[in-house]
Design a protein around this ligand. Sequence first.
Ligand code: UN1
Length: 488
Amino acid sequence: MVSSFRLYIGGKWANSRSGETFSSLNPATGKPIASFQKAGEDDVNRAVDVAGKAQKKWKDVPAPKRGEILLRFAYLLKQHKEELAQTVTLEMGKVLTEARGDVQEAIDTAEYFAGEGRRLFGHTTPSELRNKFAMTIRMPVGVFGIITPWNFPIAIPAWKIMPALVCGNAVVFKPASDTPLCATKFVELLIKAGVPSGVVNLVTGPGDPTGTAIVKHKGVRGISFTGNRETGESILKNAGLKKVGLELGGKNGIIIMPDAPLELALDGVIWGGFGTTGQRCTAASRVIVDEKIRGKFERIFVDRAKRLRLGPGINPKTDVGPLINKAAVDKARRYTQIGLEEGAKLLCGGKPHGKAGFFYQPTVFTDVAPDMKIAQEEIFGPVVSIISVKNIDEAIDAMNSVRYGLSSSIYTRDINAAFRAIHEIEAGITYVNAPTIGAEVHLPFGGVKETGIGTREAGIEGINEFSETKTVYIDYSGRLQRAQIDAD
Ligand code: UN1
């Protein structure tokens, strides 16, 4: 018997109306770890209803006080860091050191946005008229639907829920169905931190019906979603006139110039390509390498990829943990087959691994053309494609040849090449001499092209996603002044 968890609506833990449940699995074993309520439309309606009522009071709590609750949450996350990290490894599969990083990212985020409670800056600017004052202030949006992925099951909910709360919104939080336990623990700590009843509501369940019910609900004013493209597109269709923020993944590349410090670049490619088993939106799934150093790079890279130790994330010797579920293994396998059919050359990996759990070998393809499917589509697994180029022009063209534009990187000591990359790569993030992963929470995170719409998350720009701007004019002239018409 696994333990069972409930929805959290209006300050109470509750079963779903239908009584239906689902399980989450340990990806290292494939065995169930706990059971959860499948929230239906009526549960979502209830959650939105109570969130709407609670938000009316919450928005009047002074922002610095809201920030204090976030700071208490950060403190609780610190206290429970190890236990939460173990839960992340158990349910999501990533290695324990990375799971600790996931929690740390949430701590940093909570601290950052707690401080925003004492800022939430608008701006002032002179009016074009005499005796008139002009400024902007921030308003909450209302009830926010927060729909999060499984790959950062603690950090990404924090990226969204922290700014949502400090701006005075209430939230209905639907975590990915693969990681509801992490979400439940996250909400338990929010409650302990003192978030009032109804301000944060947890509804577990699948995209359909649970997610769809949130997205379509008229009482929800904003949606913030991180996940795959197809779901993002369907959210856009269903959301109507809501404020929608979408972050939909990437096909991120690392350029390696002939003058690059090769050992450093290799460390970056291994970490960017196989860290979190390639399951980061920011993962480096393409390596764009100058042909002059390709042979040497390839030899060492493949040798290092082969030596990565695959195993359960809980084992401290493991370098690469499992994929999230069976569908992810099937996807990696399907793309390996596609790569072979497209004429790319498999240098290592290409197979599932072990008898139990969802493991896939670190896989490297070379002779990959920039327009092949394996170089264009997001695989979200440990599959790296090497593209060989003649010069920086070809490298940047290859980098920009995909529909996505999240993260990117260049390894070089040539300042001119670095600045060309900064200016010409179409992506929300460019690293110089560092891999594509590892964004810091006080800087904006997000992408261009089909990676996202509407937003940057984290950092000060994260506040824009969860607030509305109100423009305020105060006329103290005592007479009617008409803008654009009154000239003196
Ligand atoms: C993601 O994969 O969706 O920059 C987020 C990074 C992490 C966040 C990744 N800090 O790799």
